[in-house]
Structures are given as C-alpha cells and as structure tokens.
Design a protein around this ligand. Structure first.
Ligand SMILES: C=CC1=C(C)c2cc3[nH]c(cc4nc(cc5[nH]c(cc1n2)c(C)c5CCC(=O)O)C(CCC(=O)O)=C4C)c(C)c3C=C
Ligand SMILES: [Fe+2]
Length: 518
C-alpha cells in the first residue's frame, strides 16, 4: 500500500467510548471530491492513536487521502466492541472474542445473473428498470418500465448467445454463495459469530429476500458489504439506494443498527491477493518481463463520472496504482495499462475502450498480454466470454501472440480473510443510532450510512445519463437516433401489414401486386 502507516500495532480496547471529536462529515469522504476533500490530518492522526478507531488505521498515513472514506459513521460506536489486534503487513487478528450485544449479520450485495436462458430477458428487464442504470427525467418516469421491457427484449437475443456460450447461465449465484460461506467460516475462525447473507440487485436471491431472512434471524447489527471493490453509482450505489427504500418502509429495519463498507479496493489484503494472482500468471509466459499487464474494468457511461460525480474512475485508477506498487515491491516492473470494457448502447463510455487498446498495442508491436479483470471479484459473462473469447480473438488478430488472463478472486483465501477483517474493523461503527424512531424515520434509515453514502454522490438525485440513448427534445443526436429507429420500426410494421393483408400503398402503386398469405 502507498502508506502503511499502521506499522504501529494497535489494539482495540474493550471500551466503546469515543476518544475523538466527531469525524468529519462522511458526505465529504466519498466521491468526486475524494482526494482533495478527505485529508483531515488531525482526524487521521487521532485515529491512529485512538484505540477505538484503530480499525481503520492500516489505511491511514501521511497521504491522508486514503483515510477518511473509511470512517463510516459520524457517531461514536455504541453497544459493540471488537477486540482486534492488527499488524500492518500481515493483518493478523487476535483470537480474543468479539464482544457484542446483538446478533451480527453481514449482507453481501451483488449484481445477480440469469441462471437459465429463460431468465435472461427478465433479468435484463430488472437491470434496465433500475433508475441508476437509466434514470429518466421526472416527467417521463412512467416510461421506465415500458422502456426497460423494450430494451430488454431487443437485447435479450445477443445476451442469450453470450450466456449460452458459457454454459447456459451466469455462474454468479454459485460463486457468491461460496464466497458468503467462506466469509462466514473466516469470521467464525476470527471469533466473530456472524451470519452472512447474499442480496442480489437483479436476480435471485434478491436483496428483499435476504432482508426477510435477516429479519427472521433477528439480526440486530448489520454490516453491508457490496462485493464491488470500487464504488460506482451503477453498482454499489444502486444496491444502496434499494436498501434505503427497504429500510425506510420497515419498522424492524429502522431499529436495526447498520454500517456500510462502500468500497475496499485499497485494502492491503485485496491488493496483495490481486498481486499474487498476477505474479503467478506472469510465470506462465516465456518472457514474463515482456508481458503487458492489461487491467480491464467494466465501463460506465462517461457522464456518470463527469456529470453525476461517480468516483468509479478515480477509485479504479488508484486501485491499479496500488497493485502496480505492490508488484514493484516484488521487482515486477512490467508495462501496464487500464482500459474499460463491456459498453452498452451508443453513448460515450469511459475510455480508453478495451478493444481499441488491444488493437493499439498490437499495432505497437506488443506480443504478450496478461488481462486482469479488475472491477469484479467473480468469474462472470464478461470474463468468461468477453475477455476469454472475444478479446483474445481480437488480440490474436491484432498481432498479439500470447494472451493470458488472471482468474477472478473468487474464494481465494487471502482475499476472503481480508474481507472478514474489513467486516471486523467496521463493527465498532455499527450502531450509530438515531435517538428516536421518529428521528430515524426522518433520516430515512437508522443513522449509519446508507443514505449518507447516497447523498455523497447524488444529493439532488439528478437525471443519470442513460447508457442506452433515450429521448431528448430538440435537434440532438439522441433525437435523431430515436427518430430514425421509430421511422424504421414504422416502415417495418407497414411492410408486414401490407404483405399479410395485401392492402396498402405498395399495392395501390402496383409495387406489390400479390397478396402473399391467405
Ligand atoms: C463493476 C462492475 C459493473 C459495472 C460498473 C456495471 C455497469 C453497467 N452494466 C450495464 C449493463 C449490463 N451489465 C450486464 C452484466 C454485468 N454487469 C456486471 C458488472 C458491472 N456492470 C457484471 C458482473 C455482469 C455479468 C453478470 C453475469 O450474469 O455474469 C449486462 C447483461 C449482460 C449483457 O447483456 O451484456 C448488461 C446489459 C450498464 C448499462 C452499466 C452502467 C450504467
Ligand atoms: Fe454491467
């Protein structure tokens, strides 16, 4: 890591009393202002010394830009105290039991994927019906579902082809369930008796189902952990928005203490696990030092970053830097590049695009590439099909001779253990409760973090630029596109009618003299 400031070993005390002035407003911590806005040296300094805030100390340092986003609650931790001993470098956690006065739950948030080919279109419908994927102007909100239906039906055949080629469905559910089980085991080994739940955004098990189970199990302290290392409005943000709406409506949840780990790409364990995978895969090449390490992240529309303030790009770039720094420590100094894949629709997405970058490297005479999927921790359609098949083919056509790919982290033990540490470290922040139910309701969720995190990037809930162009008034590119599509559709409908009924302009003009069907 950039600043292993927690060379200091720190031990959390068994007292939950705060020893700090309130941390700065978390609204400032995430997102577009992140780098400049989060440097609170006084706060970070104190945090390093304060036992009850030790939890985040391994990320603190002279470069305080890394610290504040991790302080998840403005209120002091109450009612729960992790007894944790941690050493920078090995992140060892002591065997002292975690003392809490409630049932701990961990909710893993993920995207979800179709399990069969019949699931593909309804899965796509759920995805495009999400206002964090396509947020229409207020006046046109009523069109969200019809539009989602329209786009999902249009896209389904192409998506189905992809899913068919990877075995007829997404492997995401199985892998996420396995990660949940490994995380549970790891937490128990670290003396944290927690239950772990999986809540998917667009397919089973839906987040709503996970929440129902959490209620049935009587969980009173919940750590929310999106399985995306980097934060994006379109992924973690969307899942948090859904949670916010569920929490707001429910008496039980209003009273449940929670905290969110919004992103965790700087964690030492994660960075090391990624570096281990890259290191190992490089050894499969004849001349490992000549290989270009090609980080390929899932893209988002450019306007998410430039207009809506999505921190995704900044977090991604920092993540890649951290991995390369870790590799450098191991004397691996290969060239590397970061590009964005999987764009959907005609609007501009984050650049450079993966396909263009591959061709560019080919033109420049690069002969070996090691692809590193970086935005997701499971194998999925975009690793198994897009990278392993499409991009490999493109690379070979572009003059690249050897193409390799680092596997997704999955249940890699260093990674799972680090996730468990992240959960343990966040426990003292679970439970910053509103004073009364009324107050909790007014603030939408129990004080913790969901709505604060949402506010960070999206306080005004502005329109999001649609990845698939939808209607805009005026002489715009979008209007032209949609006019064109509407016209083509109209012509198609007229043609079909004409051919099937034998009546219409073409018949009147003698272009089509015969009725084809009777
Ligand atoms: C960090 C990861 C992801 C971001 C950011 C993201 C944004 C995003 N995605 C779409 C549209 C689609 N995504 C689809 C599948 C899909 N997306 C991610 C991850 C991110 N998406 C994953 C892991 C998967 C695969 C799940 C699986 O089943 O294996 C799909 C469906 C597949 C396809 O048809 O290509 C679509 C569509 C948008 C529009 C978007 C940002 C706005
Ligand atoms: Fe996606």
């Amino acid at each position: 890591m950039k600043s292993p400031a927690a060379a200091a070993t720190a031990t959390a005390s068994s007292s939950s009393s705060p020893c700090l002035p309130s941390p700065p407003n978390p609204r400032l911590h995430l997102g577009r202002l992140r780098r400049p806005a989060v440097c609170f040296p006084r706060y970070c300094e104190s945090a390093r010394r304060c036992p009850s805030l030790r939890v985040e100390a391994s990320r603190l340092g002279p470069d305080a830009g890394n610290c504040a986003p991790r302080i998840l609650s403005e209120k002091p931790p109450v009612g729960c105290c992790a007894v944790v001993t941690s050493q920078a470098g090995d992140r060892e956690v002591s065997s002292a039991p975690v003392v809490t006065n409630g049932e701990i739950g961990v909710l893993l948030l993920n995207l979800g994927g179709p399990e069969t080919l019949d699931d593909v279109q309804p899965f796509l419908f759920n995805l495009f019906a999400d206002p964090d994927i396509i947020r229409l102007p207020r006046l046109f909100r009523f069109l969200q579902r019809p539009l989602a239906q329209f786009i999902s039906v249009l896209r389904a055949p192409k998506s189905k082809e992809g899913y068919a080629s990877i075995g007829g469905g997404s492997p995401l559910r199985g892998i996420t369930d396995a990660q949940a089980e490994e995380l549970r085991k790891s937490l128990w080994e670290k003396n944290v008796p927690a239950k772990v739940y999986v809540g998917m955004r667009y397919w089973h098990p839906f987040t709503e189902e996970a929440i129902e189970q959490i209620k049935r199990d009587g969980i009173t302290k919940l750590v929310v952990l999106p399985l995306y290392p980097q934060f994006s409005i379109s992924t973690s943000g969307s899942s948090l928005r859904l949670l916010e709406s569920i929490f707001r409506e429910d008496e039980y949840l209003v009273n449940m203490q929670h905290t969110v780990i919004p992103s965790w790409y700087q964690r030492e364990g994660y960075i090391k696990a990624m570096a281990n995978l890259i290191d190992k895969e490089l050894q499969t090449f004849e001349n490992p030092e000549k290989v270009v390490i090609f980080f390929s992240a899932h893209g988002v529309p450019l306007a998410y970053v430039e207009e809506a303030g999505d921190p995704y790009k900044a977090e991604m770039e920092e993540c890649v830097d951290l991995i390369m720094e870790e590799l450098e420590k191991r004397r691996i100094t290969n060239s590397f590049t970061l590009a964005y894949q999987s764009r959907v629709g005609p609007v501009e997405w984050l650049k450079p695009y993966t396909d263009e970058t591959i061709m560019d490297l080919g033109r420049k005479g690069v002969k070996s590439i090691l692809a590193v999927p970086i935005s997701f921790v499971s194998e999925h359609i975009e690793t198994l099909e897009e990278i392993d098949v499409e991009y490999k083919e493109l690379a070979l056509k572009s003059g690249i001779e050897k193409w390799g790919r680092v596997p997704a982290l999955g249940c890699e033990p260093t990674f799972i253990s680090d996730l468990a540490d992240a959960v343990i470290e966040s426990l003292p922040y679970v439970g910053a409760m509103a004073v009364s139910n009324l107050e909790a309701r007014q603030s939408l969720v129990p004080l913790g973090s969901v709505e604060e995190l949402l506010a960070v990037y999206d306080s005004q809930r502005r329109e999001l630029p649609p990845p698939v162009t939808v209607w805009e008034w005026g002489w715009t590119k979008s209007a032209e596109t949609w006019n064109g599509r509407a016209a083509m559709l109209a012509v198609l409908v007229l043609l079909v009618l004409e051919v099937t009924t034998g009546e219409g302009f073409l018949h009147q003009w003698g272009v089509l003299p015969l009725r084809l069907f009777h």
